[in-house]
Write a protein that binds this ligand. Structure first.
Ligand SMILES: [Zn+2]
Length: 294
């Protein structure tokens, strides 16, 4: 079983004109990232049929539809309506996470609705873009809901030092330490290799505090040398790493016209991991974390 823990999907009416959509919703950050008006973009788009065909040819059984870190609570609600429809249509292929912004007044009601619809987690979340702090009381109500429900929360994380890529926003590591230590039962997924935070698990204190923290590998080819697989697994173990692609992002912009799953999966198979480690990363860990029977 191969489970991709990190994909994004939008309806055709959005990707036919992303800029118009962004302007109509007041989503400046998303607009800057995905609808850049100048220069080549690494953003790809895929409708249902394309996505399912790409999953089939890559051997991906299920994919987790992550919400976006919208600035407006109303856009989160809209995104959740898309996800609800898509998991109803293809329940065997898609798993939905909820988009949420604590600036909204009815976030807990919204989370109860999506829980009843079969959603399985929250994210991606990026507090600095969404306009709240990690200690915001309304945000912590959402965290407490996740703890009670057993849901993981996926955070967008970028490295503290690196190339100054488009849309870089601070994601302070100390915020995640505070969250993990304040809510030890919360299941935390730090996306994009946690911005290399897993190397801090070499510190015994962090190792202990981060017992319930996982790292997804989304967009890895755009960010890191392939050695990151062997190196991080040597530090934290393969049980804490989740395969995720960030599809339909073009992970190999110089040699890839359209996004796919297979190129990155082939790179992972070639990254010096044992069979057992690959099995954990590609599906077993996600299966346990999201509560599926194999
Ligand atoms: Zn992300």
């Amino acid at each position: 079983m191969v489970i991709d823990s990190h994909v994004h999907r939008y309806p055709p009416e959005v990707f036919v004109n992303p800029t118009a959509f962004a302007i109509s919703r007041g989503e400046k950050h998303w607009q800057n990232l995905v609808a850049a008006e100048k220069g080549p973009t690494i953003q790809g788009w895929a409708d249902r049929e394309t996505m399912l065909a790409d999953m089939d040819s890559g051997g991906v059984n299920k994919a987790v539809l992550l919400g976006w870190y919208w600035e407006k609570p109303e856009t989160c609600v809209l995104h959740n309506r898309w996800h609800a429809e898509w998991i109803r249509r293809d329940p065997e292929r898609f798993i939905a996470f909820a988009a949420i912004n604590p600036l909204g007044e009815k976030t807990i009601d919204e989370l109860k609705v999506v829980r009843d619809e079969g959603f399985r987690g929250i994210g991606e979340i990026l507090p600095a873009v969404q306009g709240f702090s990690m200690r915001d009381p309304n945000w912590l109500k959402i965290v407490e809901f996740a703890v009670e429900t057993g849901w993981p929360i996926n955070f967008h994380v970028s490295e503290l030092v690196g190339h100054p890529h488009h849309g870089r926003t601070p994601t302070p590591f100390t915020d995640f330490q505070w969250l993990a230590e304040t809510y030890p039962e919360l299941k935390i997924i730090l996306a994009h290799w946690g911005g290399l935070l897993p190397f801090y698990e070499l510190n015994g204190h962090i190792r202990k505090s981060f017992a319930n923290v996982w790292y997804d590998v989304a967009a890895s080819p755009l960010l890191y040398n392939p050695k990151v697989f062997r190196s991080v697994v040597d530090v934290v173990g393969s049980e804490k790493v989740l395969y995720g692609s960030d599809y339909p992002l073009r992970l190999y912009p110089s040699k890839q016209e359209k996004p796919d799953f297979s190129t990155f999966l082939a790179e992972i198979q070639d990254s010096g991991l044992t069979e057992l480690e690959q099995k954990n990363i590609l599906g077993e860990n996600a299966s346990r974390l999201f509560g599926f029977e194999q």
